[in-house]
Design a protein around this ligand. Structure first.
Ligand SMILES: Nc1ncnc2c1ncn2[C@@H]1O[C@H](COP(=O)(O)OP(=O)(O)OP(=O)(O)O)[C@@H](O)[C@H]1O
Ligand SMILES: [Mg+2]
Length: 583
């Protein structure tokens, strides 16, 4: 089994961090080094303490080495020594606690910043990019992968760093105390290293991959289950959907169980190896004819070091495993982050005021990953103040044409410009537009919040005007909570026509210069539609209107009508001529 190395994953994390965050990592490493040095100092002191307890004169010798010539009674010596050990222990643990806080807060801060950055990237991505994707992926990347990259991967990296330094220094200490042990420790370390890196680590990478795949499928299944609930009931597919969820959910639980249990294995091995080593050391020392008293000094240190080493080593290995299992997430986050906004999708057009026209010049358009153009050789102009209707059979390219005017999709060839030079994929152009899409999205909020969409301070004057124009007044006055009524997820508590009118009010609330309707009145009865059209045309005197409709009568007040056919602009004629042709 081959899997990407830990170092290449660290490289990927580095690509995603800012300069300041990389410096923070230096801080984390510095902290780890300090607390590790203290850890080793404590271990050394314990060894010395064990020796002094046995032979107080050793303590006197150490003092002499440090320049203290005064002879202290043994009781005093042991008392001072105990005090020193206690103080160093306290200090060491204070530093460790600070390190834990610094590490966790730093990493969670990076987590928070990175997710914001990623969401910004998604927000700036091209609309065409979204059309090729499943929304579960974006949710899995922000909510799952990025989370496990920081909360799992980075925290593991922090622990590996501190445990690693302690481990190396403690080993060095044991080796310095008894060089003849160096060889056996090195040998055992090597065996453990090979088992972990060849046997365990690749498995943890695979666990990570399986978990990632199962998580994506379970959340996708859940999302579809709740969104398509009505169809599921009516088509009698409850079991099928529940089974699909169960399949991946079971897979996920199994991998999780296997991963957690496997992560406990190194501890068992390490304990056995440590105890074996301990027994072997005693045997070895006995053979060397060391007296039990002499052995105590070495073994005391060894035992302390061992009991500190064992859990440390265990933590290190388990954190390396954890890190390895988050590598698939790190890879996906890295790929997503770099691929989402590869080019600037939207531009600045500071001089755009819209004085004259919107011009299509020989525009071709093809959706990503498709083989056929959705639009071919579209050339025409819309004058400011004009009302343009768009008709054509289903699939003829009407919505695509409108998405191009909105600057959401970009021509594969040709150009669309405002006043002969300004780009439509600009913030300034978007600000001038009120748009009602063919499929409406309402948030689970009040009617007025849906109309003011995203604005915290609602302007009552504009709100009332928009509700009146969209023929919502009668409906709202009959609601007990009026415009403060909550509409439910995706407006589930409203009728299709009510939803459509809220969407129209949303478009009008902005008081836009250009109004674009994509089948915006398809769910309304003839009378309501006629009343709505009348107000729209009344309020649209100075506005430019582009309106897609299936019912030709909807467009009777339009100046010109674009007739689409199979992705081509078939004709551009006035309502009377078109109506006469149809009759
Ligand atoms: N995201 C997409 N990816 C690939 N092809 C698409 C995509 N959206 C639409 N199409 C295709 O492009 C063509 C034009 O679609 P469009 O939505 O513009 O039609 P329309 O005229 O608005 O139809 P309707 O009246 O049904 O709304 C269709 O053949 C459609 O299948
Ligand atoms: Mg359409």
């Amino acid at each position: 089994m081959s899997s990407p190395s830990i170092f290449s994953a660290i490289q990927k994390i580095r690509d995603l961090l800012t300069r300041e965050e990389k410096f923070r990592w230096l801080g984390i490493a510095g902290f780890a080094l300090c607390s590790s040095l203290l850890e080793v100092l404590t271990a050394t002191l314990i060894v010395v303490f064990a020796q002094v307890l046995n032979q107080p004169e050793t303590g006197q010798r150490y003092l002499a080495k440090l320049g203290f010539m005064e002879i202290l009674p043994p009781g005093r010596l042991v008392f001072y020594m105990a005090l020193l050990v206690g103080a160093v222990y306290l200090f060491k643990n204070i530093v460790s606690a600070c390190e834990a806080f610094y590490q966790n807060f730093s990493i969670q801060k990076m987590n928070y910043h990175f997710k914001n950055k990623l969401l910004h990237r998604y927000a700036e991505a091209e609309y065409g990019f979204y059309l090729t994707r499943n929304s579960s992926l974006g949710m899995a990347v922000v909510g799952g992968d990025a989370e496990s990259m920081f909360s799992g991967g980075m925290l593991a990296l922090g622990s590996i760093l501190s445990e690693g330094v302690i481990f190396v220094l403690l080993i060095a200490m044991v080796v310095a105390m008894n060089p003849s042990l160096a060889f056996s420790i090195f040998g055992i370390g090597l065996v453990l290293g090979v088992i972990v890196s060849k046997g365990l680590l690749p498995r943890f990478y695979v666990f990570g991959q399986r978990l990632q795949e199962a998580s994506l499928h379970t959340s996708q299944n859940l999302l579809q289950f709740f969104h398509a609930f009505k169809e599921i009931i009516l088509l009698g597919k409850r079991e099928a959907f529940v089974d699909a969820y169960k399949y991946y959910s079971l897979k996920k639980s199994r991998v999780q169980a296997l991963q957690t249990a496997t992560n406990l294995l190194p501890r068992m091995v390490i304990e056995v190896v440590f105890m074996g080593l301990f027994v072997a050391t005693i045997a070895f020392l006995c053979l060397e004819h060391e007296s039990p008293i002499q052995m105590m000094g070495i073994l005391g240190g060894y035992l302390y070091t061992g009991f500190r080493l064992m859990p440390g080593l265990n933590r290190m290995i388990s954190q390396i495993n954890t890190f390895k299992s988050t590598i698939p997430s790190i890879e996906r986050v890295h790929k997503e982050y770099l691929s989402v906004a590869t080019k600037e999708s939207y531009e600045e057009a500071p001089g755009l005021t819209f004085q004259k026209s919107i011009t299509f010049e020989d525009v071709d358009f093809r959706y990503l990953h498709t083989k056929k153009n959705a639009l071919n050789h579209i050339s025409f102009s819309i004058q400011k103040g004009e009302c343009i209707g768009i008709v054509g059979e289903t699939g003829s390219g009407k919505s695509t044409l409108v998405d191009l005017v909105l600057g959401l999709l970009h021509p594969s060839s040709g150009s669309i410009v405002v006043d002969d030079k300004f780009p439509v994929n600009s913030y300034q152009w978007h600000q001038k537009i009120g748009y009602v899409p063919q499929s409406i999205y309402l948030t689970d909020d009040t009617i007025e919040a849906n109309i003011a969409f995203g604005e915290k301070e609602i302007d009552d004057v504009r709100l009332n005007a928009a509700m009146d124009a969209a023929q919502l007044r009668k409906f709202i006055t009959h609601l007990p909570e009026g415009s403060k009524t909550v509409v439910g997820e995706r407006g589930i508590r409203l009728s299709g026509g009510e939803r459509q009118r809220i969407a129209i009010a949303r478009a009008l609330y902005r008081n836009p210069e250009v109004l674009i309707f994509d089948e915006a009145t398809s769910a309304l009865d003839n009378e309501t539609e006629a009343a709505l059209m009348e107000t729209i045309h009344k309020v649209s005197q100075a506005r430019t209107v582009i309106m897609i409709a299936h019912r030709l009568t909807t467009l009777k007040d339009c100046d010109r009508i674009v007739v689409m056919e199979g992705g081509h602009l078939k004709s551009l004629i006035d309502y009377e001529t078109l109506n006469a042709q149809r009759i």
